[in-house]
Ligand binder design. Sequence first.
Ligand code: ATP
Ligand code: MG
Length: 459
Amino acid sequence: MPLGNPKTSTGSANINSPVTTPFSLRTIPRDQHTISRKDISPNALRVLYRLRDAGFGAYLVGGAVRDLLVAGRPKDFDVATSATPEEVKHLFRNCRLIGRRFRLAHVVFGREIIEVATFRANSDDGSGDREMENGMLVRDNVYGSIEDDAVRRDFTCNALYYAIEDFSVRDYVGGFEDVQARLMKLIGDPEQRYQEDPVRMLRAVRLAAKLDFEIEAATAAPIPRLAGLLADSAPARLFEEVLKLFLSGHAVASFEGLERYGLLAVLFPETAAALKSNRSGALRRMLIEGLRNTDTRVANDEPVSPAFLFALLLWPAFCRSMILLQKQGLAPEEAQRRAADRVTLHQLTTIALPRRFSLPMQEIWLLQSRFSSRQRKRVIRTLSHPRFRAAFDFLVLRQTASSEHADDIAFWQLTQQQSVHEFDPSADVSLIDEGGEGDAPRRRRRRRRTSSGGVASGE
Ligand code: ATP
Ligand code: MG
């Protein structure tokens, strides 16, 4: 699958430079590997068979082969073929061609799309538009052989081909052994491959986290030194990659990997700095707890929200900015609003967080200061806020870092048991301080339902 749009002018001189390491083909016959057709999407099989019957080479490739070999369930099934996109289109009525210069075929089966790519010789990430430099075409995409197609891929485990003609796995880069050894290993010279596309550093960490693989020594070694190159990657692509790192069920492992290889400091500089200076480890506990909750939710098929994730990851930046603004003499409320805006604005230039996520992220932050109020009208307003649930979950998370929120949590836990619509102004929420804003007589509050806080929920 293409990975979003890298910047059109990367300025990198060695994009598409050939990978020099010589490789030879190893064929792993059906009885020596574990990939079974029953684990492959029937639609992908249909595509493979029809291509083969038409006389073309047809292979399952990339993440699907890798995941099947480690007994995982692939997200999607990509096909590589010797047929050109036009030839593919000719074979399938339900096919549309996408991509501007590098054409890909999508064969559409209801909600499932099988991506069919013609073998090609150049090394990029599939977005097809990165080789423009100052408006000039530096290098076009060229179709190639299956060997060319294998070596332009990133990691050896991602360059395995499952052949429909004999159900064997074709390995041109030593990937089969690396999968058995659970190793992420870049094809070719690691430094050069990271310079071609710095996002590969994030992919190394992400896939190692997802698959529980080690990053091979030579592949890991240049990362801390080259981490800074990521800052030049397209902010929208980084956003997509961050979502995959943290919302796919392995957020804690991803976070630890990013930290270990110096990538966190490039992606989230203020978070990394705050973690370093926070000797008590409280901030770290809060972050890890939030990410662990996210992983649990993904494992339970519960929804997870980018807004909550970014509220968590950028919380240290928000706090720091707010403290600075207050020191400059701004009133707390104004300082909060400005800090939220500043952090959001800055984020657009690094990891582009779309507005539909940054707005609820800001609301989660801004609601935090409302939790200490006990005034009836304010309590009602806070309760009925669309981001209340997420903000409250966030407050609970903050408790991992500091016990000072215990009273507020107890209060809001009790209070929200009475939903806003049912809120009876004459009923007593005994903890509510009338504060001059309400004059209802006191009665015993009723208990309705217990809340079941889902930490990454709600936006
Ligand atoms: P997953 O889908 O589990 O996130 P994946 O490896 O399938 O992992 P995709 O982004 O779907 O990731 O990419 C499909 C394949 O395309 C990869 O397996 C790899 O062979 C190739 N690829 C993806 N990104 C790059 C890249 N930046 N450089 C080189 N090859 C890449
Ligand atoms: Mg994939």
